[in-house]
Write a protein that binds this ligand. Structure first.
Ligand code: AHR
Length: 493
């Protein structure tokens, strides 16, 4: 029996709802087909946006959506994507699969999509191949209310009111696809570009600098030393790749137990990266004015057989659900510094929550994790602690349980626990401090490690009610099945 302490009297920090954010890039079938099919499509749509997909996204309370990339962002010229569609420039999406990008989905369409889903937009500007003027004018186009060339252009294109967008990224992966820069050079460019990303009216832009990937601590240090006062946040990118190299990442659906545990071991590295990057930031920014935004995370496997290698289309199993559950618990625990995270990517690309094929749509196991965890949004993180044992194969050993707990505005406690063990259920004795348990309810997703939903069998992995809990004198006892993600809601007396 594992003892688990949840102390509701020790509230730590608010879990920013934006930790449950998403990312959509002009890559493969994410935007086109996945989100946007055009007004003339036979697939039911609202102004060209798929209604089935939008309804599913609304149900998981997406707080924020990043666009247009990724690597695409530093090749994107926003003026190509505004105005009458027949006049929009066509380009080759050289970075992702070489398809034709007809720019029919641009600024107006993206911001309209966000309005329809009810989420905040997070726009990523082009520092790698764009100009300061181009970036500055994009912000003016979206946010200026009054007489100006860009506000006039916006009105000519059918939108009088500014959108007042808040989140703006200044470059993406500028150490790689965004220009192969050194941190010294990037931080100077960041300062220059950020100067001209203007605030209009009462709207204050939240400026996001391109941060490191994985354990590139020097990037964080140099960027913080050179540009911290001009930043609201820096980004961190970390993907879970089970294989040993980019050429052999491994299959999304055909894997053995060793690959399963290796995937989770690599996922748990997120905690180490956040801890180390935060420690560097703590030295230079003890008041935590600069946040970390993990705006790309998730699994990255070999593409599905027969699909375009540049489209990054992959299936999604229970293993991915655990990767999502573990990462989201880690982000909750780092909520003092992590103020946003965006899974890559929303539809049909990498660790997607939704897959589409023509007019069909399925929800992946990862979708159900986001659905369950949405109850943490904007809650207060509370102190929680357990001493799990380890499980694995040979030298690959991971904690068998990974958890986080929060309290909502009504005083109910939300606990999410992943049981990583493939064979053993886990008995847990939950000791509650600061609340006397009156009512328990729960939800779970559990199945074998490679279980997944297909267009033929869309409900192999789905959310179910969880009732295996008994109230005790100081909390409750529960038994968590192997390979599972469970949410328990505790209502107090
Ligand atoms: O999400 C796919 C790609 O991964 C993004 O375009 C890039 O930023 C990262 O390397």
């Amino acid at each position: 029996m594992i003892k688990y302490l949840v102390d509701v009297s020790k509230k730590k920090v608010q879990i920013d709802k934006n930790i449950y954010g998403h990312f959509s890039e002009h890559l493969g079938r994410c935007i086109y087909e996945g989100l946007f099919v055009g007004e003339d499509s036979k697939i039911p749509n609202k102004d060209g946006m798929r209604i089935d997909v939008m309804d599913a996204l609304k149900a998981i309370k997406i707080p924020v959506l990043r666009w247009p990339g990724g690597c695409f962002a530093d090749e994107y010229h926003w003026k190509d994507g505004i105005g009458p569609k027949e006049n929009r420039k066509k380009m080759i999406n050289t970075h992702w699969g070489g398809g034709v990008e007809d720019n029919s989905f641009g600024t107006h369409e993206f911001l309209h999509l966000c309005e329809l889903i009810g989420c905040e937009p997070y726009i990523n500007g082009n520092l790698g191949s764009g100009t300061v003027q181009e970036m500055s004018e994009w912000v003016e186009y979206m946010n200026f209310d009054g007489l100006s060339p860009m506000a006039k252009l916006r009105e000519e294109n059918g939108r009088k009111e500014p959108w007042n967008i808040k989140y703006f990224g200044i470059g993406n992966e500028n150490w790689g696809c965004g220009g192969n820069m050194r941190p010294e050079y990037y931080s100077d460019l960041y300062r220059q570009f950020a100067t001209y990303v203007r605030n209009y009216g009462d709207n204050k832009i939240y400026k996001i600098a391109c941060g490191p990937s994985d354990g590139n601590y020097n990037w964080t240090k140099v960027l913080m030393e050179n540009a911290a006062p001009m930043m609201d946040a820096l980004t961190l990118h970390y993907y879970t790749i089970p294989g040993d190299s980019w050429n052999e990442k491994g299959s999304a659906t055909m894997f053995d137990e060793k690959a399963y545990y290796k995937t989770l071991e690599k996922t748990l590295k997120m905690d180490e990266f956040l801890t180390q990057h935060s420690a560097i930031m703590d030295k230079l920014d003890p008041k935590k004015k600069v946040a970390i935004i993990v705006d790309e995370w998730g699994t990255w496997y070999d593409v599905e057989t027969g699909s375009n290698p540049g489209y990054l289309y992959q299936q999604n199993t229970m293993r991915d659900a655990l990767v999502a559950g573990i990462n989201l618990n880690i982000f909750n625990k780092h909520a003092d510094r992590v103020k946003m995270a965006n899974i890559a990517q929303m539809v049909n690309v990498l660790q997607a929550v939704i897959l589409t094929e023509g007019d069909k749509m399925i929800l992946t196991p990862t979708y159900h994790v986001f659905e369950m965890y949405s109850d943490h949004q904007n809650n207060d993180l509370v102190e929680s602690y357990m001493m799990p044992t380890t499980v694995g194969v040979d030298d690959i050993q991971v904690s068998n349980l990974v958890e986080s707990a929060s309290v909502n505005s009504e005083g109910s406690v939300i606990i999410t626990i992943c049981n990583l063990d493939l064979t053993c259920s886990k008995e847990v004795d939950v000791l509650l401090e600061g609340i006397t348990c009156k009512l328990l309810s729960g939800e779970i997703i559990t199945n074998c490690m490679d279980a997944h939903n297909t267009f033929e069998s869309p409900e192999v992995v789905k959310k179910m009610n969880f009732e295996d809990m008994i109230i005790t004198e100081d909390g409750f006892k529960t038994t968590l099945p192997p390979c599972s993600i469970t949410k328990i809601i505790v209502k107090g007396k």
